[in-house]
Design a protein around this ligand. Structure first.
Ligand code: AMP
Length: 178
């Protein structure tokens, strides 16, 4: 399936989680066998072209696509987790949300010094989550040059923000608005 065909499998839910947000729901995409396989194949081709030695994905939807891409390429997967989930001493970064802050954590031993890790997530909106993930992975010693997403919301400017943080963004498809 082409990225344009995949677009039709993504469900848009208006006013979730709050009024004015068009929630791009991938539940319908990953429930479709060919849609799931094609999304993973397209992302894996991009990750291979980037020279990925490992894939990192953010909890929770980044785990779905990221782990599948890692399997497709025969490389390892690094889970970037919500706080308090890992049973070992972690490293973490706090980052700003529209209201308040959030935090990402990882096992500092999950990557080696200079290892080329590619970030995979379902969607880039403002780019805040991906920038925090890149900062964290870089703290652990990874080389982070690329971030891949199924969906881009270009009106929110995330890809531009990632570019100024030294990250090249590649996406399968985009939706206007937020
Ligand atoms: P951001 O940090 O602003 O780039 O937001 C990234 C995360 O928020 C993504 O991993 C998405 O899972 C989620 N997200 C933000 N906006 C939307 C939206 N309109 N539809 C679905 N998920 C969204």
């Amino acid at each position: 399936m082409t990225p344009e065909e995949l677009r039709a499998l993504i469900r848009t839910v208006p006013d979730f989680p709050k009024p004015g947000i068009q929630f791009r729901d991938i539940t319908t995409l990953i429930g479709h066998p060919q849609g799931l396989a094609a999304s993973v194949r397209h992302l894996a081709e991009m990750a291979r072209a980037c020279g990925a030695q490992k894939i990192a994905g953010m909890e929770a939807r980044g785990f779905i696509f990221g782990a599948a891409v890692a399997v497709e390429l025969g490389i390892g997967f690094v889970p970037v987790r919500k706080p308090g989930k890992l049973p070992i001493e972690t490293i973490g970064v706090d980052y700003a949300l529209e209201y308040g802050t959030d935090r990402l954590e990882m096992d500092p031993a999950a990557v080696s010094e200079g290892e080329h890790v590619v970030i995979v997530d379902d969607l880039i909106a403002t780019g805040g989550t991906a920038i925090a993930a890149a900062k964290l992975l870089r703290m652990a010693g990874a080389r982070i040059d690329h971030a891949l997403f199924v969906i881009d919301l270009p009106d929110l400017g995330g890809a531009t923000k990632l570019a100024s943080a030294g990250l090249e963004v590649r996406t399968l498809l985009d939706f206007e608005g937020d």
